[in-house]
Design a protein around this ligand. Structure first.
Ligand SMILES: Cc1cc2nc3c(=O)[nH]c(=O)nc-3n(C[C@H](O)[C@H](O)[C@H](O)COP(=O)(O)OP(=O)(O)OC[C@H]3O[C@@H](n4cnc5c(N)ncnc54)[C@H](O)[C@@H]3O)c2cc1C
Length: 491
């Protein structure tokens, strides 16, 4: 069962985004990376990560532990804390434990009690315990995406350079002959097996800089991917639905409960989670691919309103809360809207640039594994980079090799769940309600719950994690994390 009994009240964390202004030279000689300590590599490698959500800061955590000099650039002016609740299961639990953040996650758990389907009047038709509803077993947990982003940011902000409010505009491979800006000794730019010496990066705001590696952890609509691999249209598979998530006042008085309302081709949800005085809403609707600017919330709100127009207003039918949810979406400062989409790529790296998390293999919210895969991918990529030392291409190849099967299983699940998430007819909706209503009284209810969780668990466990030097096995005694841990094979 989920560790509800271990959960303390969620601490009220604030994400005061702190712009840090180290120069490249500072980074090269910072205590964690200068080679002064017994465990730091002699020549630190500089890594630029684009995206400060889940994948980016998780990778920053590991790379710092391995002695890399890490910079994270995030387009938003401060840490983005919105989003739906996300599941941490299977291999992701193991990674969280190795990172030393599992207890933080448990403390910030949504601690949901139950889920119910409601009729047009908001009357609960069928209620199930939250863990059955969310297909969680064992140590699986659930946390608000924003809380996890905060945990990761707070863990890394002292050791990692964060540049908020900026974005990469170009990435150019450089040859060993070209001296690095600010590093005429070329110390940052020794050539790897690929003959390249790093990459020159330009930004919207900051001055151009050179890094040994660039990681695109900038999500479904990744800029790094577009710059290096081309337009997303060729790589994006639309799963036939859109989803929007936002905060709203808890006018329904929900207490760690989620309420769902189904209409043909539509699913609506309102819930509240532990320690949050506000509630959250989300709305999903079936639709072929729509054309809109994914950075323009006004356009997205218009699409959302059009998709739910008239719902909840007599005589159209539907949950009478829907108009209130739509109004809340307009008011929310953390409004999120995106397609249920997969990113499918033949390879995730080119030269000194590699993709991570949704940027590489977005599995859509339908998979329930996007955040877990981001955490796991960060662990695998960092471990392989540390192990390969100066051969990034070899590390990238191993990272892909380890992750591919895991991603494929979860992409298949996303396709299945996206099809099943909404139903087409009122008859199917009635059947779903009936199943939920009778389930708690069935002697075989645990078997059914297990069966429901089986697919999700298969996806969550579809990878075997290697043990990397700075990542003690899950059951090893957790000690203080050294500032920089040198892999045994580093020069
Ligand atoms: C605000 C927000 C709300 C979300 N809400 C949900 C949700 O409700 N349900 C759900 O299933 N998933 C949601 N997601 C996606 C979910 O977080 C990811 O599927 C998963 O956690 C994988 O994370 P990621 O770090 O790979 O990508 P993401 O979480 O998508 O993070 C990408 C990060 O890169 C940043 N970024 C984008 N472009 C640039 C650029 N050019 N330069 C620098 N930074 C850039 C983004 O601002 C973001 O911080 C949300 C993501 C965000 C950012």
């Amino acid at each position: 069962m989920s560790p509800a009994s271990n959960r303390a009240t969620k601490p009220a964390t604030t994400a005061a985004a702190r712009p840090v202004t180290h120069s490249v030279t500072d980074l090269a000689t910072s205590p964690a990376t200068s080679g002064s300590g017994p465990s730091a590599p002699a020549t630190p490698r500089s890594v630029l990560i684009s995206g400060a959500s889940i994948a980016g800061p998780a990778l920053a955590h590991w790379l710092h532990r391995y002695g890399f000099a890490v910079t994270v650039v995030e387009r938003a002016p401060e840490l983005r804390t919105g989003g739906y609740k996300v599941d941490i299961r299977g291999a992701a639990i193991e990674v969280a434990e190795r990172m030393g953040i599992l207890e933080d996650i448990q403390r910030a758990s949504t601690d949901m009690r139950s889920g119910a389907y409601v009729n047009d009047d908001g009357k609960r038709i069928a209620t199930l315990p939250a863990d059955i509803f969310g297909a969680r077993v064992g140590r699986d947990d659930e946390i608000m995406r924003g809380d996890l982003a905060r945990i990761l940011y707070e863990r890394t902000r002292a050791d990692v350079e964060y540049l908020f409010g900026d974005s990469i505009t170009s990435i150019t491979p450089v040859t060993p002959a070209a001296p690095a800006p600010g590093r005429p000794d070329g110390r940052h730019t020794a050539a790897g097996a690929d003959g390249a010496a790093g990459v020159e990066v330009t930004f919207e705001q900051a001055a151009p800089r050179r890094f040994d590696l660039v990681v695109g952890a900038d999500g479904l609509h990744s800029t790094v991917r577009r710059l290096v691999f081309g337009p997303e249209e060729q790589l994006l598979r639309h799963l036939g639905a859109y989803i929007s998530a936002f905060s709203m006042p808890n006018e329904l008085g929900l207490d760690r409960e989620e309420l769902y309302h189904a209409q043909p081709g539509r699913l609506i949800c309102a819930y509240s989670s532990a320690g949050d005085p506000a509630a959250k809403g989300w709305l999903s609707f079936r639709s072929p691919r729509l054309s809109y600017d994914h950075r323009d919330p006004e356009q997205q709100l218009d699409l959302l309103e059009a998709a739910f127009e008239g719902m909840g207003v007599s005589p159209a039918g539907g949950w009478r809360e829907v108009p209130r949810l739509l109004a809340a979406a307009r008011e929310a400062s953390d409004f999120y809207f995106d397609g249920m989409q997969l990113i499918e790529m033949d390879r995730w790296s080119r030269g000194r640039v590699v993709l991570l998390g949704d940027a590489a293999h977005c599995a859509s919210p339908a998979s329930g594994q996007g955040t877990g895969m981001a955490l796991v991918g960060a662990y695998v990529l960092a471990g392989e980079l540390a192990a390969a030392d100066r051969e990034p291409e070899e590390a990238f190849a191993r990272y892909e090799e380890e992750m591919r099967g895991y991603v494929a299983v979860n992409h298949a699940l996303a396709r299945k769940f996206a099809r099943e998430m909404t139903v087409d007819t009122r008859r199917q909706i009635r059947l779903r309600h009936l199943m939920m209503r009778i389930l708690p009284y069935m002697p075989w209810k645990n078997l059914v719950a297990k069966k429901i969780a089986e697919d999700v668990q298969r996806g969550a466990h579809a990878i075997t994690l290697k043990d990397h030097p700075a990542a003690p096995a899950a059951n090893a005694a957790a000690g203080p994390v050294p500032a920089a841990v040198r892999p045994p094979y580093a020069a």
